[in-house]
Design a protein around this ligand. Structure first.
Ligand SMILES: Cc1ncc(C[n+]2csc(CCOP(=O)(O)OP(=O)(O)O)c2C)c(N)n1
Length: 638
């Protein structure tokens, strides 16, 4: 496609003089660019296609040099990025060092507030609006929130707070009746009811269109008609929940119609009260496969996705377990398909609960079920579980409820970047009393860990990574084992790890054998509490190296090292984990490399640790040992 307009737009001011026809052409160009890029790089295709007109209308109506848009979740910001000076870098979307797949203030002054997790935009926007008032600024603050994100409790905390007379504060409810899957719950039903009055505003804008063409009489007639219509509306429709919360409610309006949108936003600007503009958009708009199956194109992956994954395996295993145990229920917070529960939902619909984007609720809801004799299994991404920490502590663990967590996407997640990494769960979950954590690295282990968790006590966690098992994973499965120890004759070095990192290490013992260094492997499957047996094994080694795909502070590695120290002995302990930082987007391989957990860096790390071993073994001085290692230069190691 030849781009007529897109390459002339370098900042929001560049669309100010464009007419409606040009803006419509621009919509088509933005769609082409988005489809083209996402087909190569992956990304949130359907959500972005749905908001193209909405983005243009916001950019056209507001002055983004002072007004601020806060995008909820921030997954729908591609058109916004393309219109705010990032067009030429857009090909790097979701790549290491490139443009983030989410709104990110590090990238642009027009990205006001970092997002990735849902339902935060109203609170954040309100913080800005209130402090604008303190500053005496008349700038507008606009939160754009989806109907899915609106099911998150935090959104209502924000609405509750905002309704009290905040000026120049606009919430745009981007309603496409979809979360990732069909939106669930009473809020979805409620919005559906409002939507059935959809013809009303359409009619109104058509009337405005027609009347405005009548010479002289047109404008006065419009205002009379409006007054009558408002009266009629008040008679027919009860107040919306938003009006009851103190907002002026405008809508619903066709959110893929630029004229309608620009008209309604210009109305919203005139109100001296907080306004909620309800726009109805089509998810996937302009790309038929995404319009028909928006859930498939919600977060499209350009990588070949294997059929069997830890998520799908979880779904199969939990379905089998639940078919034999009527007390098992599953819970998801709006991620049914992604966590592998589609089949469960079909087969056992009464024991499947999609609670919407409501992770805190999901956990306390599970605790309630547990107190009533059921076994709830909450399937949740590691990153979103962070939302439920207090609920895990107080509602689950403190009263020792038996709740199972199936923690998906534990570890690096790749292209979704820093807001979606699953790097904290092992650390924070292991601080909670009455908690057991398993970290399977193969499908068979996952099945076994789930069975243990179901028959366990207290908070039982099974955490597993994004994607599929390692091709060698299956061969290391040993039934009923909570750890796997692959010893070498000499107790020089013990590599300890858990999860998918293990299988990448299995060739190292052979390589080091050639160098005269014995490297044994220990894989933890039960990672918390740390087993005494395992500590006993480790304490016999001269050097223990713990490798962990998680944050270092509070890590299992740190705890392991501390316990090893308590046990006594002369073991040298080293660890490598993610140090105090957020890991940006890239491929999972690049993220391993960044942290020094790729195989070459691990070899180097062992090499450095080997200095100590060689020094002890040969009773040589440090310098001589170092020379020896350099001399070896790991010939044949690659
Ligand atoms: C706290 C949290 N839970 C889950 C998600 C995963 N997630 C990303 S987008 C999305 C659906 C959002 O639906 P909606 O707000 O209606 O936006 P749409 O994609 O339909 O435009 C979900 C569940 C998330 N980002 N944050």
């Amino acid at each position: 496609m030849a781009y007529k307009h897109l390459y002339n737009i370098n900042s929001p001011k560049d669309i100010k003089n464009m007419n409606i026809k040009e803006l419509q052409e621009l919509s088509a160009e933005l769609r082409t660019k988005i489809i083209d890029t996402v087909s190569k790089n992956g990304g949130h295709l359907a959500s972005n296609l749905g908001v193209v007109e909405l983005t243009i209308a916001l950019h056209k109506t507001f002055d983004l040099e002072q007004d601020k848009i806060i995008w909820d979740v921030g997954h729908q910001g591609y058109a916004h990025k393309l219109l705010t000076g990032r067009r030429d870098r857009f090909a790097t979307l979701r790549k290491a060092g490139g443009i983030s797949g989410f709104i990110n203030p590090k990238e642009s002054k027009y990205d006001t507030f970092l997002a990735g997790h849902s339902s935060t935009s109203i609170s954040a926007a309100l913080g800005i609006a209130k402090t604008n008032e303190l500053k005496g600024s008349l700038a507008y603050t606009i939160s754009v929130i989806g109907d899915g994100a609106l099911t998150g409790g935090l959104a209502f905390e924000g609405l509750n707070n905002a309704g009290e007379g905040t000026k120049n504060f606009i919430v745009v409810l981007n309603d496409n009746s979809m979360s990732i899957n069909k939106n669930q719950g009473s809020i979805a039903n409620y919005l559906n009811n409002i939507r059935s009055s959809y013809f009303y505003l359409n009619l109104k804008s058509k009337t405005v269109d027609i009347l405005s063409k009548v010479p002289l009489l047109g404008k006065p007639l419009i205002s009379i008609t409006r007054a009558v219509k408002n009266k009629v509306k008040a008679l027919i429709y009860p107040k919306t929940i938003f009006e009851n919360l103190g907002f002026v409610y405008l809508g619903p309006v066709d959110g893929n119609n630029l004229k309608n949108l620009m008209y309604i936003f210009s109305c919203a600007k005139k109100m001296q009260k907080p306004v909620l503009v309800h726009v109805k958009t089509k998810k996937g708009k302009g790309y038929l496969p995404a319009e028909v199956k928006p859930e498939t194109y919600h977060n499209y992956s350009s990588n070949v996705v294997k059929e069997r994954t830890f998520s799908s395996n979880f779904g199969e295993c939990i379905l089998k377990l639940a078919q034999n145990n009527k007390r098992i229920c599953t819970i998801t917070a709006a991620m049914r398909d992604q966590v592998g529960l589609l089949e469960f939902a079909k087969q056992l619909p009464n024991r499947f609960f999609d609670v919407g984007i409501a992770e805190e609720h999901a956990i306390t809801f599970a605790a309630g079920m547990a107190t009533n004799g059921f076994i709830p299994v909450v399937a949740i991404y590691s990153t979103f579980l962070q939302r439920g920490f207090d609920q895990l502590v107080n509602d689950v663990a403190c009263q020792n409820c038996h709740v199972v967590l199936a923690v998906d996407r534990a570890g690096f997640v790749g292209e979704d970047g820093e807001t979606h990494q699953g790097l904290l769960d092992a650390a924070f979950l292991s601080t909670i009393p009455n908690t057991t954590i398993y970290a399977p690295s193969s499908y068979k282990e996952q099945e076994q860990c789930l069975a243990w968790a179901i028959s366990g006590k207290g908070l039982c966690v099974v955490r597993y990574p994004k994607g599929s098992e390692h091709s060698a994973a299956d061969s290391f499965f040993e039934p009923n084992k909570e750890y796997l120890w692959l010893p070498q004759p000499d107790k020089d070095i013990l590599l300890v790890t858990y999860g998918r990192l293990f299988e990448t290490l299995v060739e190292l013992p052979e390589r080091f054998k050639k160098l005269g260094i014995s490297v044994s492997l220990l894989k933890l499957i039960k990672i918390h509490p740390i087993l005494d047996k395992v500590l006993k094994i480790a304490s016999d080694y001269r050097t223990v190296i713990f490798l962990e795909e998680g944050i270092e502070t509070g890590s299992i590695a740190q705890q392991f090292g501390a316990k090893l120290h308590q046990v006594g002995g002369k073991t040298n302990f080293f660890m490598r984990a993610v140090q105090d930082k957020f890991i940006e987007q890239g491929s999972i391989e690049q993220q391993y490399k960044q942290i020094g957990l790729d195989i070459a860096s691990i070899e180097q790390f062992i090499k450095e640790a080997s200095l100590t071993v060689i020094k002890r073994k040969n009773r040589e001085g440090f310098k001589a040992a170092k020379e020896k290692v350099q001399d070896l230069n790991f010939k044949g190691a690659n």
